[in-house]
Each structure stands twice: as structure tokens, then as C-alpha cells.
Design a protein around this ligand. Structure first.
Ligand SMILES: [Zn+2]
Length: 208
């Protein structure tokens, strides 16, 4: 477990995450089935990933930046975030095969969910609403709160049956099948789909 920190983020309003945010986070490793390519190499990468998603207000991002200077503690938070990412990946990969996850992965996920910010109040913002979170220590479950919520909502919701893993075994990316008849097989037609089509075409030509 990451050490407790005296650096905190202020109370804030966080937008509800998209259903696929947790899958985007799991997909920060590409080509899991062949030569895995991880785009997160340290706390700075994790912070950049969070910043690009626009979930946290500027004050919280500044607290994360200050925390990044504590090399030892930020390395521990990063390590925990990666363990969580891998558990989330395995939980959803199992779900995409209609299997139960390994107990240890669900336990790790639930522990993080309990340690993260609590969602029990809404704020009125602009033309809508956002989850209100109270002041919280900087830790992996705080930084990944939108990811954890997204994963929990997806796991407990009706879209879970739409979670797929790419039919290209070398790819390993997860995605939410939003096709009308639920028959999407590839993470994206422009990469894996076309690659498979070209490969089939090549095999056909070899046979002819
Ligand atoms: Zn793919």
C-alpha cells in the first residue's frame, strides 16, 4: 500500500466518467499478446494521462505535481496504479469471455474503491451536475477515482455484456461494442480489422 501523504486535493466537483474510461486506462498497454508496449513509465506519465482526461480541476493537478517531486512516494503511488490497471484489465478480459475474475483482482479493486473519494453528493455545475468529492489525500485511488468509478459502473451495469477484447490475439485491447447488433470484433477496423482482412486476403492468394 502506498504511504499516506500530507499532500491533499481540495474538495471538488468531478464529472461522471464515460463507461469506457476504465478500458482506455487498461489499454495504456498495447500489443499485450505479442510485444507489450506500455505507455506509462512513471508517475509523470500517469499525471499526464490524468491531465489529458480533464477530470481534475487545476488545484488538484497542482497538488499532483507537487506530489510528483516526492520521488519515493510518487513511485509507490505509480506502482499501485499499475497493479490496479492490471487487475482492471484482467477483470474486464474475464468479463469479455463471460468468466468470473480472479478473487485477488476483485479484492484489490474493491480495496481501492473503498480508499478512493466517496460519491454521495452532487453539485450543480454549468448546465448539469457533477459528483462532489471532499478533500482527499493524494494516493492511487484518488488519482484514479474516475477510472475506478467508470469500472464499477460498467461492471455493475447493463453494458458489461458489450465489453470485448480485440479478436487480434496479439493486440489484446479492450473495447465497448457499440455496434447495433453487437458483433464488433476489432478494437478498430483501421488497425486490427484491416490487418486481419489483409492477412486473410494474403492467405487466399497463397492458396489460389
Ligand atoms: Zn486490436
Amino acid at each position: 500500500m502506498a504511504p499516506s501523504s500530507s499532500i491533499t486535493i481540495d474538495a471538488a466537483s468531478l464529472a461522471a466518467p464515460s463507461a469506457a474510461l476504465c478500458l482506455d486506462f487498461a489499454n495504456t498497454v498495447a500489443w499485450r499478446g505479442s510485444a507489450p508496449d506500455d505507455s506509462l513509465h512513471g508517475f509523470g506519465d500517469l499525471l499526464r494521462w490524468c491531465r489529458a482526461r480533464n477530470f481534475f480541476p487545476a488545484g488538484a493537478l497542482r497538488a499532483f505535481e507537487v506530489f510528483a517531486r516526492r520521488a519515493h512516494e510518487s513511485a509507490a503511488v505509480f506502482e499501485e496504479a499499475i497493479l490496479l490497471r492490471e487487475s482492471i484489465y484482467r477483470i474486464f478480459f474475464a468479463a469479455s469471455d463471460d468468466r468470473s475474475p480472479v478473487d485477488a483482482d476483485l479484492r484489490r479493486f474493491n480495496r481501492a474503491l473503498r480508499r478512493g473519494p466517496i460519491r454521495n453528493a452532487l453539485d450543480r455545475v454549468d448546465h448539469g451536475f457533477a459528483w462532489r468529492i471532499e478533500r482527499a489525500a493524494v494516493c492511487a485511488p484518488t488519482m484514479l477515482a474516475p477510472v475506478l468509478w467508470s469500472a464499477a459502473d460498467l461492471l455493475a451495469g447493463s453494458s458489461l455484456t458489450r465489453v470485448r477484447h480485440c479478436a487480434n490475439d496479439q493486440c489484446g485491447w479492450l473495447f465497448l461494442d457499440d455496434s447495433k447488433n453487437g458483433t464488433r470484433r476489432w478494437c478498430s477496423m483501421s488497425s486490427c480489422g484491416n490487418r486481419a482482412k489483409a492477412h486473410r486476403h494474403y492467405l487466399r492468394r497463397m492458396r489460389d
